[in-house]
Design a binder for this molecule. Structure first.
Ligand code: FMN
Ligand code: SF4
Ligand code: FES
Length: 650
């Protein structure tokens, strides 16, 4: 194959970032190829396989696993419309229809090209100028609905202005919001976000005292940095809330194997949109935290695993890394300390499961993001390339320099005992002023967050439900009471901290708060989430792969008016059959919404589930039919001609 010299240079450079295994360069190479040629042909896969000394099947499995890779060309302008909950609540489904109409794309025609499965196929206009696709949460839920045109993000898309959207030539992603900081906020991590005159240049960061804490840390004994982080009480901001210093302490100070540090910038949990803004507006804060963390745990190599859709963010990080190298904050003998460290950016390609730390590591090794079984594959023991690895979220790592600055004990005074520091809460959905707010952990209640910081429920509506910590967190219903050790409280009295939200039966998770008003249909809401989880299951474990899809299909039919009397209980049973029975905690993440929505809004599910017998099966084969039939009809044939097809599709 004739590959341009320009592309070859980029390819060689990408491969040089992975000294241990060429295979790790497979996702970067696929991205480079697709950016250059628009799609990935069979010949391209064979070429990449040969280049990386891989078997072609291992490249094919990546192209089919990661949704961002295409085996057919898209339109000259490709539009990705986010379909997940906050965007759906803001009209994403109508938006996609409107995009298709203006772009001359016949969605019905393209829907029939989808041979089985439940993915979101790309639909292309007849003249090849445009294509449109539904994608899952783009980590910009506070400005829903959002769409990407090529690599440019458009926030708050107006359906009436879809023609302008198609011509979009610059991204909203880096635009400061120019909104005043709320008096209840305490901005430490977000100090520079939306700040007048602030830029991502290293000079700007240095003029603000940047990298001073790196200089300080490099003069400290490594073990005492870990000690300070332990003393700070900092808990991970990626979802699980695990104490950061304890995690770092798992790495032996005299470890003989190479140690790796990975910054988890995958940010894909629906409802969460904080890391994006740090990446886009304050990349050096992440790098400074990472370099200190690398020094503390003895890692000479770090990676920032950034989600594939953050291509602009990846470029900003690359530029920041170059600036840091030029100033000897990275590279050999950093600031004369004798410490060598290098950090590279690695882009994912659209799969939510890459946020799970062991799935992320597999993905960084150039494989499908199949999470690993723990034990034995705890990253601190057997992580990247089977070596000790620390994985931390962007926001967690940003806290590190502030802990070094103020000392662990002083940091621990912020927030509440066992819930220290600040937290960025991302609020989306039915509030008057959605957005991000950095507050001391537990310093505001749910009611204050919604009514004061977010200006109340929009259009004077009433609160119906809240998902408090990203889409996986169990839903809380307005009017609920929670019996805590300290007494009984209502939903609006819950302080937004890790422990109280857990005691109320949900979780603080990744800080993504999705608010729903009295007009929202809970069956539709759960169906939206179930569609997300069915799409994102990696497929390794049977309960998760099958169960997530079953939960989607059952809520599909309840929503369509075909629910049977047993459906609410079946939903509950399927969810119970997943949680706790899978390799990774995606199993819990996908069951908790169903368990909590069905339990707490049972009347809504029951009133839509009145049929005594189930409607005809979805248009798929039963195993008996597969044996009976000599030829296999296409899904399209079955949808239109099969006696079993639901009436609506005939
Ligand atoms: C399904 C799933 C998705 C996840 N997605 C993310 C993510 O997008 N970003 C993130 O930082 N952590 C995510 N996590 C949590 C990571 O596995 C890991 O706990 C985290 O990166 C550790 O960093 P922390 O200790 O700083 O929070 C996810 C976990 C699961 C089970
Ligand atoms: S629980 Fe789901 S996402 Fe996790 S490994 Fe199993 S199939 Fe994959
Ligand atoms: S950006 Fe659309 S739901 Fe998050």
């Amino acid at each position: 194959m004739n590959v341009s010299s320009e592309l070859l240079i980029k390819i060689e450079q990408a491969i040089s970032h992975y000294a241990v295994s060429k295979r790790s360069a497979s996702l970067p190479l696929l991205h480079l190829w697709q950016e250059h040629y628009g799609w990935i042909s069979d010949e391209a896969m064979a070429w990449i396989a040969e280049k990386l000394e891989m078997s072609p099947i291992h490249v094919l499995e990546l192209v089919t696993f990661y949704p961002m890779f295409r085996r057919l060309p898209a339109g000259q302008r490709h539009i990705r419309v986010c379909r997940t909950l906050s965007c759906a609540m803001a009209g994403a489904y109508e938006l996609k229809e409107a995009v298709a109409k203006v772009a001359g794309i016949d969605l019905k025609e393209w829907a029939s090209h989808q041979h089985g499965g439940h993915g979101n196929p790309i639909a292309v206009s007849a003249d090849g100028k445009f294509s449109v696709e539904f994608v899952e949460c783009l980590a910009s839920c506070g400005s829903a609905p959002v769409a990407m045109v090529g690599e440019n993000l458009k926030e708050n898309v107006e359906i009436a202005a879809v023609a302008d959207l198609l011509q979009l030539s610059r991204s909203d992603a880096t635009l400061p919001k120019l909104r005043p900081v709320h008096p209840r906020e305490r901005r430490i991590i977000f100090k520079n976000i939306d700040r007048e005159g602030w830029t991502t240049d290293i000079e700007c960061y240095l003029n603000d005292g940047g990298y001073a804490e790196l200089g300080k840390a490099l003069k400290m004994p490594r073990a005492s940095i870990v000690q300070e982080v332990k003393a700070s009480g900092l808990r991970g901001r990626g979802g699980a809330g695990f104490p950061c210093g304890v995690k770092w302490g798992f790495i032996k100070q005299d470890e003989k194997k190479p140690v790796y540090l990975i910054c988890n910038a995958d940010e894909s949990e629906p409802g969460t949109f904080k890391d994006r803004y740090i990446i886009h507006q304050d990349p050096h804060q992440i790098l400074e935290g990472m370099i200190i963390a690398c020094f503390a745990v003895g890692a000479k190599q770090g990676y920032i695993y950034v989600r594939g859709e953050f291509s602009e963010g990846a470029e900003i990080l690359e530029k920041a890394l170059e600036e840091a190298r030029a100033r000897n904050f990275l590279g050999k003998n950093i600031l004369g300390s004798g410490f060598d460290c290098e950090i590279y950016v690695h882009r994912g390609a659209g799969a939510y499961i890459c946020g799970e730390e062991t799935g992320l590591i597999e993905s960084l090794e150039g494989k499908r993001a199949y999470p690993r079984i723990k034990p034995p594959y705890f990253p601190a023991v057997l992580g990247l390339y089977q070596c000790p690895t620390v994985v931390n979220n962007v926001e967690t790592l940003c806290n590190v320099k502030h802990i070094i600055k103020m000392g662990g004990a002083e940091y621990a005074k912020i927030g509440r005992p066992n819930n220290t520091g600040t937290r960025i809460l991302c609020v989306s959905g039915d509030v008057a002023k959605p957005g991000y707010f950095e507050v001391e952990v537990g310093s505001v209640t749910m009611g204050e967050l919604i009514n004061d910081l977010c200006g109340g429920i929009k259009d004077g509506g009433a609160l119906k439900a809240v998902i408090p910590g990203g889409s996986s967190a169990k839903v809380l219903r307005a009017g609920e009471r929670y019996a805590l050790k300290t007494g009984e409280i209502g939903l609006e009295d819950i302080p937004m901290d890790f422990d109280t939200l857990a005691a109320c039966g949900s979780m603080a998770g990744s800080g993504g708060v999705i608010v729903m008003d009295q007009t929202r249909d809970m069956v539709e809401t759960l169906n939206n989430l179930n569609t997300f989880y069915a799409h994102e299951s990696c497929g390794q474990c049977t309960p998760c792969r099958e169960g997530a899809l079953w939960m989607k299909k059952i809520t599909d039919r309840v929503l369509a008016g075909g629910g049977t009397e047993t459906d609410p209980q079946t939903l509950r049973t399927v969810a119970d059959g997943i949680a706790g029975k899978t390799i990774c905690s995606f199993g819990e993440a996908c069951s908790w919404p169903t368990q909590s929505f069905v339990d707490k809004f049972r009347e809504e599910f029951a009133s839509r589930s009145r049929k005594l017998v189930p409607p005809p099966m979805p248009p798929e084969y039963t195993s008996e039919e597969l044996i009976e039939h000599e030829t296999i009809e296409t899904i399209e044939d079955r949808r239109t001609h099969s006696p079993l097809a639901p009436a609506a599709t005939k």
